[in-house]
Design a protein around this ligand. Structure first.
Ligand code: NDP
Length: 444
């Protein structure tokens, strides 16, 4: 067994049952092989063993009362994975599927993603197995306050800066920020994704979706084409999916299918974004309601079937492992030329292999969806300067960051012998900066 295999075996043994974490580590370590071979000093320094072990993992109880006065207990997590290049930074996810393995996979990915942005941010992630669906506004507020009642002692503007993720949007960030301020008597940029009236950044809401499309646009340029006239399938209908749709449409593409966890809608004339925004952002309804507004569209139960819809470009923007091998084969067969991941690890390892083998241009999540955290980094900069930049200014910086991430991944892929493989390129480019900081800082 070589060094990488030994480390991976130890990860599986030390973190039993955490399938998503194993999957993320396996992908990254395989990409890093040529870099590790070039740097034998990493093994002596135990660098990879340290890289795969979070610096700190916090698990806590969250008791809260529903509107009927009944007490519920959820579990909260914050995994502070790596602070070699900056304060821990990464979102908070509220979803019933959350357990330690999901938070560790997301925190591990975040280390490389944050490094790729070129900003000073380490990697972390948090969340709870709380299910926000069907909860009243006051239940959400009480839960967020109870979550912060423990989390506040572990975070800070120069220590660890959480943000949103699945199930955590502007409303939840607002409640958490309010409770942080109450508990600490501080007003600073401890959370990003805040409302515009209390330190939030313009364009943060749009950033992950827009950023994913800016990244995909660079991929298309390499294929000597553009979004103009392309048909696009976007899974999900949450924050990332909605703003990916907006940017695709601005660039002349047509989004023909979107989904939620129950099913997907197909509208051959193009999904009407205003209707999706109304259903999802205002009325909190299911995507199937779309067909009431547009009877020309069809609704199919089950979210996995969305990948049977013929398209030129696919943007998986819902959740991990939502695009499996068979779906990848169907996309290839239907002539899809590019896949850019708005979500974190939405394609299974088998699906990624199928795309790469078929020559489909593939943008992995840690590069393609880094626009969200990049703009969070820009929010931190504005907060510490007590300044607010214009939408255009933030959007321009976001665009530049996404173009840079694409070229960093592309160049690293070529330099280490796998030209065009942005999976390897993103992992390597993200790793190099973190590794050199860890080596310089000694055994801490
Ligand atoms: P939202 O909660 O706003 O939306 C999530 C969407 O995905 C919803 O349409 C949801 O459907 C669907 N979904 C969630 N879980 C599942 C599931 N198990 N199966 C099928 N569909 C599912 O989250 P975001 O848009 O913020 O996040 C989407 C992805 O993007 C996640 O992987 C997240 O980690 C990643 N990401 C988000 C960033 C951000 O800035 N928001 C930054 C970088 C990455 P339903 O309503 O039915 O649950």
């Amino acid at each position: 067994m070589d060094y990488v295999e030994r480390v991976f075996e130890a990860v599986k043994k030390r973190n039993p049952g955490e399938a998503e974490f194993h999957q993320a580590v396996n992908e990254v370590l395989n990409s890093l092989r040529p870099v590790i071979a070039k740097h034998p000093e990493y093994e002596k320094a135990g660098l990879i063993e340290r890289l795969v072990e979070p610096e700190r993992q916090i698990i806590f109880r969250i008791p809260w009362q529903d509107d009927q006065g009944k007490v519920h207990v959820n579990r909260g997590f914050r995994v502070q994975f790596n602070s070699a290049i900056g304060p821990y930074k990464g979102g908070i996810r509220f979803h019933p599927s959350v357990y330690l393995g999901i938070i560790k996979f997301l925190g591990f990915e975040q280390v490389f993603k944050n490094s790729l942005t070129g900003l000073m941010m380490g990697g972390g992630k948090g969340g709870s197995d709380f299910d926000p669906k069907g909860k009243s506004d006051s239940e959400i507020m009480r839960f967020c306050q109870q979550f912060m009642n423990e989390l506040f002692r572990h975070i800070g503007a120069d220590t660890d800066v959480p943000a949103g993720d699945i199930g955590v949007g502007g409303r939840e960030v607002g409640y958490m920020f309010g409770q942080w301020k109450k508990l600490t008597n501080l007003f600073n940029g401890v959370l990003t994704g805040k409302g515009l009236s209390f330190g939030g950044s313009l364009a943060r809401t749009q950033a992950t979706g827009y950023g994913c499309v800016y990244f995909a646009d660079e991929m298309l340029k390499d294929l000597k084409t553009s979004f103009d006239g392309k048909s696009v399938v976007i899974s999900g209908s949450g924050n990332v999916a909605i703003y990916a749709h907006e940017k695709v449409t601005q660039l002349g593409g047509k989004v023909v299918a979107m989904s939620d966890s129950n099913g997907f809608v197909h509208d051959p004339e193009g999904i009407d974004l205003a209707t999706v925004k109304r259903l999802k952002e205002v009325e909190f309804k299911r995507i199937k309601e779309y067909v009431s507004a547009f009877p020309r569209a069809t609704y199919t139960e089950g979210c996995f079937g969305i990948w049977n819809t013929k398209c030129d470009v696919a943007l998986p923007c819902a959740t991990q492992n939502e695009l499996e091998g068979m779906a990848a084969e169907t996309l290839v067969k239907n002539g899809c030329i590019a896949v850019a991941e708005g979500a974190n690890m939405p394609s299974t390892p088998e699906a990624v292999e199928i795309f790469l083998a078929a020559g489909v241009s593939f943008g992995p999540g840690k590069a393609a969806n880094a626009g969200g955290v990049s703009t969070s980094g820009l929010e931190m900069a504005q907060d510490s300067q007590r300044e607010s930049w214009t939408f255009e200014e933030v959007d321009m910086k976001l665009h530049r960051i996404m173009v840079n991430i694409h070229s960093a991944a592309k160049n690293a892929a070529a330099e280490y012998g796998t030209p065009g493989n942005l999976v390897n390129g993103a992992n390597i480019a993200g790793f190099i900066k973190v590794a050199s900081a860890m080596m310089a800082q000694g055994l801490v």
